[in-house]
Design a protein around this ligand. Structure first.
Ligand code: ADP
Ligand code: MG
Length: 654
């Protein structure tokens, strides 16, 4: 491209749609455009600074700054930085396309959500589309930029329509200058069905004001570590005069530049910490809590950590990147240092600033850095102990946390064969059938009944579902409490934990449940000997389906139930089958059909066995199908089951 040539380029389709969104946005806090552009400027200076520290050829600079200016007549606002700038390709890649996939979809979703016009656009920066927010207030944007690695500068001009224009320009130093041509004040029609939202008049003029801009910088960009300078008018005493004031223009730095984590804790209010969080991590809700600590000693660092109040929409998707922002001596090193957080704390946000890390450290070296590992271990312990405190002292808050993020802790216990189980087991809560509220394992154990040997659990969607399980009969009679397991990982977790406070975990529908007194037990054993031929006949009828047919010690009211042997449980079998490629899973639960010897059905079976042993096959099959259904299994042949039921009804009416 020669000088003066103007190249007209098409925005990528995604970008175009996003631009439309921005241009037609009815969001009320359009002011965040300034924060986004300043944060880009600051990022660009960060990149320059980082290079200059790690690369001998590049001269060190100490005049980093972001200049802010406005022109009332031309209705422009200009943000200028002396950072790294953009090459021709970078301009196209960064401003002509959306780099992060999924960003557009999310922005559109926000737009379509009711009542979202208030705050949600705030999170725009999270999606790598901050630059486009300029079009919320401007009908034309000019970007003048020159990369540190380029001979020439470039001008990018766009009115947010189909195309943008690129041309070569002279620009002396590296850096970027962005000029916004503000829109005329306008009535914005709210395209919402909500009658409460009337059309609003939007006033763009108010941005062309010293006081407004100053305040926006204070509010959103105070902690930016480079000076944000603007020419301001000050009233000063005229020289020689005692009472005559005149206006004087002066360049002022608008931001304090001290990173919030470097300020004295006592000088920073909770609101300020929250504000920093919302701005830095693009959340429109206050965090659930923050923690800040200075660690001194062999390795010194400061950490400012947050737990959000809600899980981000993509926390459990593969695209989610965990990590903390890493600084060394106040110099930004990387955005998401994943080595600093174990997987189960992936939801934690924050920054770590250490004096002991080498700036020159590469990503590969970082992974092996012992210092970083020490910091990471330390952070993990601090977060866990903060959570323990929360559970102890602010239970309601902990419950809010647990509902949002508890599943992560469960995986934390389960992962790596329970490597972290000792650390985390006291943070795990379950609802129970007796309480219908969350209890910790230690609370469960403390309330165990006299003579109760095990910690009982059952998998079920709800308390009602668990209470309705036939396998719960004898436990209900005893009044024992039962943990309600509702997440896929739960039974695996029980297996990994094995026991708590020397009390073993026990599933209500797995293995033996020896809760009868000696006498009752003996009776059932004798009966089982006596009725062995019949039980064997049923077993034979269900050959290949069940592993055993026995008289139940756990049923008191229900007629039959299915339980699994020790090892793989029904729930585990279901979970494993539902995993990718799980269809071929070898893991299979042993199925044991239990029959209640005190139920009328048992007598009926006996009669059938004596009168018409052939018929017993059909009944055995019916019983087994019922038991399967109660356990939530699918029947292999539902039609055959239905036909048998029909035959039975017809027969009984004759
Ligand atoms: P994000 O900052 O999340 O990457 P933006 O839409 O805010 O998304 O910016 C897109 C990209 O444009 C940036 O990543 C950067 O590469 C480039 N960019 C924007 N502003 C500047 C600037 N002032 N200097 C250099 N590069 C910039
Ligand atoms: Mg940005």
């Amino acid at each position: 491209m020669g000088k003066k040539d103007v190249e007209v380029k098409q925005f990528k389709t995604e970008s175009k749609r996003l631009l439309d969104l921005m241009i037609n946005s009815i969001y009320t806090n359009k002011e965040i455009f300034l924060r986004e552009l300043i944060s880009n400027a600051s990022d660009a200076i960060d990149k320059y600074h980082y290079l200059s520290l790690t690369n001998d050829v590049l001269p060190n600079k100490n005049d980093y700054e972001i200049d802010l200016s406005f022109d009332e007549k031309k209705r422009t606002i200009t943000i200028k930085d002396n950072g790294i700038g953009m090459t021709y390709d970078e301009l196209n890649d960064s401003l002509g396309t959306i780099a992060k996939s999924g960003s557009l979809e999310f922005m559109e979703k926000i737009k379509n959500e009711k009542n979202s016009e208030q705050g949600d656009v705030n999170i725009i920066g999270q999606f790598g589309v901050g630059f486009y927010s300029a079009f919320m207030v401007a009908n034309k944007v000019e970007v003048r930029t020159r990369s540190l690695f380029d001979e020439s500068g470039y001008l990018f001009v766009s009115s947010g329509e189909e195309t943008y224009e690129l041309s070569k320009i002279d620009k002396e130093d590296s850096g970027t200058e962005i000029t916004l041509y503000l829109r005329k004040n306008e009535k914005i029609k709210k395209d919402s069905e909500d009658e409460n939202l009337s059309d609003v008049e939007y006033d763009y003029d108010h941005f062309l004001d010293e006081w407004t801009l100053k305040n926006l910088v204070k509010q959103y960009s105070d902690y930016v570590r480079y000076p944000i300078k603007m020419e301001v008018t000050k009233s000063v005493l005229e020289e020689g005069s005692k009472d005559k004031y005149i206006d004087k223009k002066e360049i002022e730095t608008l931001n304090s530049m001290i990173p919030i984590w470097k300020k004295n804790k006592n000088d920073v209010s909770d609101e300020e910490y929250n504000y920093f969080y919302m701005n830095k991590f693009y959340d429109y809700k206050n965090p659930l809590l923050h923690m800040i600590f200075n660690v001194e000693g062999k390795i010194e660092y400061t950490a400012l950590l947050y737990i959000p109040s809600e899980a981000p929409y993509n926390l459990y998707s593969e695209k989610y990147e965990k990590g903390l922002q890493l600084y060394s001596k106040g110099v930004f090193i990387m955005d998401k240092c994943k080595e600093l957080l174990p997987d189960y704390l992936r939801f934690v946000k924050g920054i770590v600033d250490s004096n002991d890390l080498d700036l020159n450290i590469s990503r590969e070296m970082l992974q092996k850095s012992r210092d970083l590992q020490i910091i990471a271990n330390n952070i993990e312990k601090k977060v866990v102990s903060k959570l323990e405190n929360l559970l102890k002292n602010e239970r309601d808050k902990y419950l809010d946390f647990y509902k949002a993020f508890g599943i992560n802790l469960k995986f934390g216990v389960y992962d790596n064969f329970g490597e972290k189980k000792e650390l985390l087991k006291d943070l795990i809560l379950y609802k129970t059938v007796n309480k219908d509220d969350y209890v910790s394992l230690s609370e469960y154990v403390n309330e165990m009944k006299e003579g109760q040997e095990f910690i009982y659990y059952a998998s079920g969607k709800s308390r009602e579902a668990v209470l309705a399980m036939p396998q719960m009969d004898v436990i209900k009679k005893k009044g024992y409490d039962v943990l309600i397991l509702s997440d896929d990982v739960d039974e695996f977790l029980m297996n990994v934990l094995g026991e708590y406070d020397k009390k073993k975990f026990k599933s209500v529908n797995q293995g033996d449940l020896d809760l009868l007194d000696k006498e009752e037990e003996k009776k059932i054993q004798e009966l089982a000997e006596q009725k062995k031929p019949m039980l064997d006949a049923i077993k034979e009828a269900l050959k290949g389906e069940v592993d055993d047919v026995i008289l139940s010690k756990r049923l008191t009211d229900s007629a039959v139930c299915l339980v699994s042997g020790d090892g793989v449980s029904f729930e585990m079998e279901k979970v494993l089958k539902s995993m990718p490629n799980g269809e071929n899973s070898e893991a299979k639960a042993n199925k044991i059909l239990e029959i209640n010897p005190n139920h009328e059905l048992f007598k009926a079976l006996e009669n059938i066995y004596i009168d018409n042993p052939v018929e017993l096959n059909n009944y055995a099959d019916l019983l087994y199908s019922q038991a399967l259904l109660m356990e939530g299994f699918k029947l292999k042949d539902p039609v055959a089951f239905s036909n048998k039921m029909c035959d039975l009804i017809i027969k009984s009416s004759k």
